[in-house]
Design a binder for this molecule. Structure first.
Ligand SMILES: C[S@@+](CC[C@H](N)C(=O)[O-])C[C@H]1O[C@@H](n2cnc3c(N)ncnc32)[C@H](O)[C@@H]1O
Length: 244
């Protein structure tokens, strides 16, 4: 054992220095899986008690896999209130992301529209790879209604995307969250909402930067290749577009 490692173990367990413990964990994880890359120690959002409480109660307690994405979404949703237009989510699951969006627009005159089959994913294409299967992530509509019951400005439009989109065709949007994992419903969502977004409006594709969702990335790249806005690829995996 190198002297530096001994020092690190001493600082981790005797001195109880959190930064040393984190570095030691990084070294051990690196030995098990060399592809793991820790981010900087000391990021304040990881200590945000209110946000951690939201995550544990709305997403789960067994892992923190989407903590960074949920935090980024919540921060971006702060901007929605400054832009005219309603908000929407395509692909709702248990409503944890919609909950954050609703909290940010509560008290305004905005409405929040939810589009989901409530029967899970549609059938993947070849471009979607092998990670997802039809009907994965199915969740009953009444569970989601219960999760979002404190918001009287939420409108549920259950059905396969894009069948219910025409019901909001006359509306304008400030903030749209697309999270359907697959190529076709991602493309259909962005095709419909992009032209209805007000300038400065924010469109987020939750699945953009994931090797498990190649079809969603292809749909976004295909669509925005012919548009002036760049897709901002966040390290969380989200692809964000600010409408010009
Ligand atoms: C990853 S989950 C959404 C997670 C949610 N946005 C969150 O942050 O908790 C994907 C959702 O997309 C829905 N979905 C997938 N394909 C769909 C389609 N073609 N039409 C309607 N809903 C679809 C599924 O039912 C599922 O609820």
């Amino acid at each position: 054992m190198k002297i530096t490692t001994v020092k690190l173990v001493y600082r981790s367990f005797v001195v109880r220095d959190p930064a040393s413990r984190n570095l030691l964990a990084e070294i051990i994880c690196g030995l098990i899986d060399p592809t793991v890359k820790f981010s900087e120690f000391g990021r304040l959002y990881l200590e945000d008690a209110g946000f951690l409480e939201y995550y544990r109660s709305r997403v789960g307690t067994d892992h923190y896999h989407s903590l960074d994405r949920k935090f980024a979404l919540d921060q971006l949703a702060k901007l929605a209130i400054r832009i005219e237009g309603d908000t929407a989510e395509c692909g709702v699951y248990e409503g944890a992301s919609s909950y954050l969006i609703c909290k940010r627009i509560q008290g305004s005159s905005k409405r929040h529209f939810l589009f989901d089959s409530f029967a899970g994913l549609s059938a993947p294409n070849a471009i979607d790879g092998k990670h997802w299967r039809e009907n994965d992530l199915a969740i009953p509509e009444d569970v989601v209604r219960r999760n979002l019951r404190e918001f009287d400005f939420v409108e549920f439009l259950p059905g396969w995307i894009p069948t219910r989109f025409q019901e909001v065709a006359e509306r304008r949007f400030s903030f749209v969250h697309i999270d359907v994992d697959l190529h076709d419903p991602t493309l259909q969502s962005v095709e419909f909402f992009y032209e209805r977004m007000n300038p400065g409006g924010i469109l987020i594709c939750d699945d953009y930067g994931f090797s498990t969702c190649p079809g969603a990335k292809q749909a976004m790249d295909e669509f925005f290749a012919k548009r002036p806005e760049p897709i901002v690829h966040l390290p969380t995996g989200q692809g964000v577009v600010f409408k010009q």
